[in-house]
Unconditional design. Structure first.
Length: 276
């Protein structure tokens, strides 16, 4: 009995040792990617941060964050929709300030008052709530949407500003919302597990006096594993100033992103996920 207790203590210590800002997704939270293979380096920005999004000591999804643009490059998660309340509290990522800060996402208030972090120091590392105030024609757009999760904690975890971009208001509430809530339900009907990656292509415009980039495009790709181990895929892309979503094959999206990012051929999923 004693050795079992010691094993549990050791396991909990090892778990607590995992930091949220990590060196790679292959070694830290690969479970959110099909066959544990994240997108290739063609999407990596100049100042990347790999975040295993952690809330209340549990990982819920993975985000590649662009420290310079102060927006996520992409968020990757497993599609598990369900009914539930929409959270109202917004969180930030302490470890973008430094690895000595908490390993789980926190409220701005907590960092400012409990950890004595200045708002200036916090704002140097990432977008803050003030950046998204008084927007015109834009709102806070989730890459990983809360409605694709089936319990309150997993929904709450999506309300981190490291998972948010300035999104066209009409697109967010219109065609993009239709894709998230209706098209995804239809497309995943026979899926046993659906791996999703949602991303944002940086644009030429900014909010918050040049602090936070407004993406030029939003995109999403899904790789679905069915009961007979048959695999299917689909993708969409939308310009971030029009209320339209274009349905693509995975291969078409990867080729489009290759042109938009200009850093070599983009690969979003393991090669077993069909491109046609």
């Amino acid at each position: 009995m004693l050795w079992l207790l010691l094993l549990q203590v050791l396991a909990s210590c090892l778990w607590l040792g995992h930091s949220e800002v990590v060196k790679s997704f292959e070694s830290s939270c690969p479970q959110f990617f099909f066959r544990e293979v994240p997108p290739n380096e063609a999407l990596e920005p100049q100042k990347p941060a790999w975040i295993c999004q952690r809330y209340k000591n549990q990982y819920y999804f993975a985000t590649l964050y662009d420290r310079k643009m102060r927006i996520p490059v992409y968020s990757a998660y497993i599609y598990q929709p369900g009914p539930g309340k929409r959270p109202k509290t917004w969180l930030v990522e302490p470890q973008l300030i430094g690895l000595n800060y908490p390993k789980t996402m926190e409220k701005e208030w907590t960092l400012l008052n409990r950890y004595n972090v200045s708002l200036e120091k916090l704002s140097q590392s990432q977008a803050i709530l003030h950046d998204y105030k008084n927007l015109t024609g834009l709102n806070r757009g989730h890459l990983n949407p809360n409605g694709h999760h089936d319990d309150y904690s997993s929904r709450m975890a999506t309300f981190t500003l490291t998972n948010i971009v300035p999104q066209d208001e009409k697109l967010n509430g219109g065609a993009w919302n239709n894709y998230e809530q209706q098209t995804m339900i239809r497309r995943t009907r026979d899926c046993k597990t659906t791996y999703v990656i949602v991303g944002a292509v940086p644009g030429n415009n900014y909010i918050a006096k040049g602090r936070v980039n407004k993406p030029s495009y939003l995109w999403s790709a899904a790789c679905c594993v069915m009961d007979n181990n048959y695999i299917k895929a689909w993708a969409v892309i939308a310009e971030n100033d029009k209320n339209q979503v274009q349905l693509l094959t995975l291969g078409e999206l990867e080729d489009t992103l290759t042109e938009l990012y200009g850093r070599g051929q983009v690969s979003l999923f393991d090669s077993d996920c069909p491109r046609e």
